[in-house]
Ligand binder design. Structure first.
Ligand code: LLP
Length: 414
């Protein structure tokens, strides 16, 4: 569910016509709907309200300060994976005690900053990392709260690049490795063992892998209890998919139901780390057609957004629905929608049937709120796009379009 809708054949975001924003801001730009973010976050809050829980929004999916601040106001925590995300989350007003820190490669500086801030916990992904956290905490005269990220070895049945819970993936510890690590950590006075964590992959459209992972986690939780190690937090990660095309993903309440049932007799605080299912359909990318071009075999719409703005189609062959901002009584063309970047891999869609368009007209790349701007780059020295947020009948630029000066910031000629 989202608030990008057509009124009289024109695309609106909440109560603002997209065309009016484009006129003022220029293209390309990312456009976010505050109401949609709120709705998606509240769906999680309501789904889990029966038990103590924390919705730790995955900052990597969309880390704009305005987005984080909006979610902070709704009671969100944050799942972070870098010092930069820690900085953003704190700047946006997410309390440290609602921040969990995941990731296989936390540096000493990042660990120090997180301990200084007083985050809720580290999701520890290797024995080496455990040692470093312990050493730093001891030096700082602190106790670091930790969970182990376990790798339950279940197949999430999603794109291989975004599968994380298989034993061949780089993430987490195997169940047996984790058991040993828990024993070791529980004897370390610089550590407070508080939880267990897993994240099996992203864009999952079936609930069964989540259930399988949870069952495996529960076995380990019980085994640890019989050793006298009692955990207070269980983190089941993120990963719930969204509709990009014709997927039919479960709603947060459907996803919650089996977990709540399995946890009925368990006192733990549940942590979830959703990213895409909160931000994905809360944002679009608006781009203008620069040229239409026909070769011997194909027709192309060259637009002003490119793979540097939205990498997902090039990187994962991901499908994003693409709609004209103004629907007109015209024919349909089957075209490749491509950007100006000098690579054949620079496309937003291939062989896509869209309304015939002319240069200057606007297109909306749908479901671009997650892993859109956050994965964008300056490739081909293209300034990154502006980000705009709509709330009801008002819109605001929440990140300015980069300038050419921004492109060379920090560079020096010898
Ligand atoms: N927690 C952890 C530890 C994660 O690694 C991730 C995503 C999440 C939570 C949030 O997962 P979500 O709810 O958004 O599925 N760039 C890719 C997606 C990469 C996901 C990485 N980890 C894409 O554009 O599809």
């Amino acid at each position: 569910m989202h608030y990008f809708e057509y009124k009289d054949n024109e695309l609106w975001c909440e109560e603002v016509p997209v065309k009016a924003i484009a006129r003022e801001v220029g293209t390309p730009f990312y456009l976010y709907s505050a109401r949609t973010f709120t709705r998606h976050f509240n769906a999680y809050r309501d789904a889990f309200k029966k038990r103590p829980h924390l919705v730790a929004y995955a900052v990597k999916s969309n880390s704009n300060l305005a987005v984080l601040n909006l979610l902070a106001g709704l009671g969100a925590g944050a799942d972070i994976v870098s010092g930069g995300e820690l900085f953003r989350a704190l700047e946006a007003g997410i309390p440290a005690e609602r921040i969990v820190y995941s990731g296989v490669g936390k540096t000493r500086d990042e660990i120090t900053a997180a301990l200084e801030a007083g985050i809720l916990l580290f999701n520890v992904e290797s024995p080496g990392e455990l040692e470093v956290i312990s050493e730093i905490a001891r030096k700082m005269d602190k106790r670091a709260r930790i969970s182990f990220r376990v790798n339950p070895d279940v197949d999430p049945k999603t794109h291989p690049y975004i599968s994380t819970g298989l034993s061949k993936n780089k993430f987490g510890l195997s169940m047996d490795q984790a058991f040993d690590a828990y024993l070791r950590a529980s004897r370390d006075s610089a550590l407070e063992v508080v939880g267990i964590d897993c994240h099996i992959g992203s864009q999952l459209t079936d609930i069964s892998p989540f259930k399988d992972a949870f069952d495996r986690i529960k076995l380990l939780v019980n085994r640890l209890e019989s050793e006298g190690i009692r955990l207070s937090h269980i983190d089941i990660g993120g990963g719930l998919g969204i509709r990009y095309n014709d997927e039919d993903p479960p709603l947060p309440e459907d996803y919650a139901r089996p977990i709540l049932e399995a946890m009925e007799d368990m006192p733990h605080t549940l942590i979830v780390e959703p990213g895409r299912s909160i931000s994905g359909n809360a944002g679009i990318l608006v781009t203008s057609v620069l040229y239409t071009k026909t070769t011997d075999t194909k027709e192309f719409y060259v637009v002003d957004a490119a793979m540097n703005d939205l990498a997902r189609p090039s990187l994962y062959q991901a499908y994003h629905d693409i709609q004209p901002v103004e629907k007109k009584a015209r024919g349909t063309a089957t075209v490749d929608i491509v950007g100006p970047i000098c690579e054949t891999g620079d496309f937003l869609a291939r062989d896509r049937a869209v309304q015939e368009l002319r240069p200057g007209e606007l297109l909306a790349v749908m479901s671009a709120g997650a892993y859109g701007f956050t994965m964008s780059s300056n490739y081909n020295s293209r300034p990154r796009a502006a980000e705009v947020m709509v709330r009801d009948d008002r819109f605001q630029v929440v990140r300015e379009r980069e300038t050419y000066r921004d492109l060379i910031k920090g560079e020096h000629i010898l």
